[in-house]
Design a protein around this ligand. Structure first.
Ligand code: PLP
Length: 230
């Protein structure tokens, strides 16, 4: 099942990319394995999937520790992160996609520096301006990135967003477009580590094709790959 899903997804990514003249190789698939057993991760890994995303630190800790022997697996954290858990997060993950305030950035930087490593991060933007949602508002993103620039053990690779939940994937298009435009504006101020290679983490199972049309470089898929979660 996972094997077939993965093949189908890869085909869909390729189709969406060619539709808008993009190189399919410029789009990475993050397999979101939250609340799925290690077995599922191993299955996907055997099919060649090397990039996984987790939302909950405790759960991720157990999985990553157990899978430690599997080399070449990369882990992204995509959940809400508290400062008092920053040390563990730095230990476990290759990238934190959900940095949305200076306090958490400073904690991550502190522990990254203690571990003598450079931590890849994305800044999460609340592009749909939802009251209950994490992420920084567009108008304060410049200031946050400017502050993060001072933190020498963090590497800002790009932006991430979760648009408002909707049954209509097309509704997400404007939000994806806005995130890309914001990234281009911020890039004008030299706020990304690699201006020629800005990561845009956007698009989930329901709307990733549209996200690709709007410039996603990283799509985060759970359900489409592993099936529905309980
Ligand atoms: C759970 C989750 C996903 C995956 O969602 P699906 O709809 O199952 O593909 C992607 N991104 C984030 C931030 C998530 O929490």
């Amino acid at each position: 099942m996972i094997h077939q899903n993965l093949q189908l997804i890869q085909q869909q990514i390729t189709e969406a990319a060619s539709k808008c003249d993009r190189d399919p190789g410029s789009i990475k698939l993050l397999a979101v394995s939250k609340r799925k057993p290690i077995d599922s991760i191993i299955k996907a890994h055997k099919c060649g999937q090397l990039l996984f995303g987790e939302n909950y630190l405790q759960e991720a800790n157990e999985k990553i520790t157990q899978l430690n022997s599997q080399n070449k697996v990369h882990w992204h954290f995509i959940g809400h992160l508290q400062s008092n858990k920053a040390k563990l997060a730095v230990n476990l993950f290759d990238m934190i996609e959900t940095v949305d305030r200076i306090k958490i950035a400073r904690s991550l930087n502190k522990f990254a520096s203690q571990q003598d490593k450079t931590l890849n991060i994305l800044v999460q933007v609340n592009i749909g301006r939802e009251k209950q949602k994490a992420g920084i508002l567009e108008e304060t993103s410049y200031q946050l990135l400017k502050q993060i620039q001072e933190l020498s053990n963090l590497k800002v690779c790009g932006l991430m967003t979760i648009p408002p939940n909707t049954p209509q994937p097309e509704d997400s298009r404007i939000h994806f477009r806005n995130l890309r435009e914001l990234a281009l504006k911020l890039a004008d101020h030299d706020l990304f580590a690699d201006p020629d290679n800005i990561e845009l983490s956007m698009g989930m199972s329901g709307d990733f094709k549209i996200a690709i049309e709007e410039g996603a470089t990283l799509v985060r898929l759970g359900t489409a790959l592993f099936g529905t979660r309980n």
